[in-house]
Design a protein around this ligand. Structure first.
Ligand code: HEC
Length: 204
């Protein structure tokens, strides 16, 4: 019996030591060797004590003026501005494909339909709640006549009471939305002749 006691003590001592590892230690640990846990550093947003490194004593420096983050360069091309030599582009520079239209439909229904409604007529939920804020009817002749580049400009910079949407829609998204707006305009001004002959009877 007696010989089992030291074994029991050793087990208890081990459990004690090991469980110590899992507790959170809040005091600075006693450090025998000064390892890499301690090294000079600046905390983010703090001030440097001496101003000999940067003119500003702030630790976090502003990027140099006109710095553009990688992948964020938007050159002033017609694709990004909707303009060519200062004139609105007549036609979108993005070739029309089914994918473009599907993207345009998705983005239009998310970002434009709250005001302009899903058919583009301007009877979305926002104007029903705020009657003073009347969106344009995107299918009316005036906007049908607007060049693609001008609608691009409206989405990018806003116009009158319409706010800009450039933060939510990349230039590619904007052209896709414009392509879809053209679809809505076409649908709103559709004639019986646009319907395949064999289906006309069902519409009359
Ligand atoms: C928060 C409401 C709101 C949303 C969302 C909105 N618009 Fe508008 N939009 C307006 C209002 C209001 C006007 C009328 C501006 C005016 O002339 O006073 C307008 C006008 C327009 C016009 C006509 C500009 C002109 O030539 O007079 C276009 C084109 C247009 N919007 C496109 C869009 C597109 C595309 C989207 C989605 C990316 C969108 N709008 C999202 C409120 C909105």
């Amino acid at each position: 019996m007696t010989c089992k006691k030291p074994a029991l003590f050793t087990t208890l001592a081990l459990v004690g030591v090991l469980s110590g590892c899992s507790t959170v230690q809040r005091d600075t640990p006693l450090q025998v060797w000064d390892d890499m846990k301690h090294q000079p550093k600046f905390k983010a947003q703090s001030e440097m004590e001496e101003s000999n490194v940067f003119a500003y004593r702030r630790v976090t420096q502003r990027p140099v003026e006109d710095t553009v983050a990688r992948g964020h360069l938007r050159e002033e091309t017609p694709l990004n501005t909707g303009l060519d030599k200062g004139m609105y582009l007549g036609k979108s520079p993005v070739p029309l494909t089914k994918d473009v239209l599907v993207l345009g439909q998705t983005k239009f229904n998310i970002y434009c339909s709250p005001c302009h409604d899903q058919s583009g007529m301007g009877k979305g939920i926002v104007p029903t709640r705020v009657p003073a804020w009347q969106p344009a009817n995107l299918t009316e002749d005036r906007i049908v006549q607007e060049p693609d580049g001008e609608i691009f400009d409206v989405i990018t910079h806003g116009r009158n009471t319409m706010t800009p949407y450039n933060y939510f829609l990349t230039p590619e998204d904007r052209w896709a939305v414009i392509a879809y707006v053209r679809v809505l305009q076409r649908a709103a001004h559709g004639k019986l002749e646009d319907v395949p002959a064999e289906e006309r009877a069902s519409l009359k």
